[in-house]
Design a protein. Sequence first.
Length: 617
Amino acid sequence: MKHSVLAKGYLHFFLCLFLLFFIGSSRYSYAWDPSGMNWYDWGDKVNLSVSPSGISTSGNFTVKGTSNSDVGWVGIGMPMPPPLGPGNCFFYESLNQGVSWNLISSNECNSNVGRIGSLEFFNKSLTRGNGSYQYKLEIITGCNSYGGCGGWRQTVSITVNTLVKPAKAVISDVPTEKEAASGIYTLGWSKPSGDVSKYILEEKVGSSGAYNSVALDTPTALSYTTNTARAKGKTYYYKLKACNEIECADSWSSEVFVKVRTNENPTISLLDSPHGETHRPDQLPTLYAQASDYNGIKEVNFYRDNGSGSGEYLVGKATKDNNKCSDCFRVNWNSSPKSNSVKLWAEAEDSLGAKKTTSKISVAVLDNTAPSAWLDSPPSTIVQFDNVTLIAHALDDDGTVDSVEFLLDDAILGLDKTAPYELVGWTPDYSGNFQLQVRVTDNEGLSAKSNGSPLTILALTPPQAPSMLTVDEEVAPIPDNTTGNFELEWNLPEGAEYFRLQQLQQGIDSDFQEVSLSNNKLPGHYFSNMATGDYRFRVFACNRADCSDQASPEISVSVVKEEPRSPAGLIATPYKGAQVFTGNYELSWNVWDSSGDDIQPKYYLLQEKKWRSRRSN
């Protein structure tokens, strides 16, 4: 009896409870329409997932649905629907971020759907190509008595990126010994075919060493630069492999090696060395050096000391001068202390820091000192128009003599640029008291004068006229000359350089006339074939100052000639055999025999008279 009462009580309780929910369901009903249903994305009820999560590199993946609790309860007060079955779930796919959906399966939920507990009720394996995919699972969870239904849904996304195994990598950029000389160098490679998400680079020291991985800046970096300098004199080997998220290439790259050679000092030598030369502080030479190194020259610097054998002072950083020579460097030396010995040297530094210095050279840097000169036994007195030769000596202790000028009261008489320094053939045309000097100029243009030497130039006076004249070596009185030929001579006065001869023919000339002398420096003149007449002669002696004030004593000569006689035997004959009286005839006469006679005819005068005869009838 007790048990039957208890069972009846439970029945009443569940009946009331059913009615309560049934009545309440009218307030939570869902209307069905073609556009869709009322959905709840309740993650606490179900879990939709994809495996692998996020990205599939193989193109294969699985979408799963798992319940977390009683999925039949849509909300409080909603009646429990009949047990759910496989026909309650729908699976969709979208390729455009959910803008449109395609139903790819339905009715594939198993009997676990709607059951309490973490039970898998949906499992769909798919294979897709590369792309981004979204999937949606919808499940109808309940309907009311009015035909309205509702449910839940969830979406999940996945990207398919299928990978191709990388090909064998190739280390293509391998530094040379020169490029790797510092121990810091770079290896390079290109991406091989296939998909690559990382590279593995390994290094070993020496051919028998063990390989160890080295860290790249990024997993997909296409180069590797040593982060610390590798030891000089060692050889480093490298190999490379390309990988993706799934697998690596079948083999390593071919092995490459980098030799880090031991650095050697550069070579350097001075060119056009000014060693032993003397230069002025404002005329310092350009300095040259030739430097080379296997690893390349970083810089060349020139240095000097303080002129006293100590200190190191930068002359300047040299610049490349390929016009001078290959590997040539030059620097302009702009300033220096004055010293008899300034030490100079050059230093080359290669790209790895090794240095080499030349031996030191010595250059004198001094101000120019003036040259000196002096006259050798200069004359103190000369005569105007004398032919004088002057001799000078000149020296320059720190250079060479360029020229020596001979000066007379600062007026330049002449210049000589070659020792022995001379002024030859100076003939002053003036007189007076002067200072004779020489001015010497050195190769740098600095000049200096010698001490002055007083010089008196005496005025040249005209010579005296000749004191005696002769004709044919006879003194006056001179007998008559019957030929017109005679020689006039006179004595040579002291200082006479040339002569003037004058003549006067009485009855013809009104004054003395100049006679043109064949040689006015000789004391005489020859007359020939003078005409009959009485002649007077006088002579002046001359030099470059003037001629004598007075003429010489005169001498007279009378030329007396007989008149020539007319020729005899004038004959007219026909011209070369022509007939008489043709009009052509030849006249001839006898030549006067003048043998033994001084009177000779100069020419003949022939006269003609035309004669006309009278004829009678």
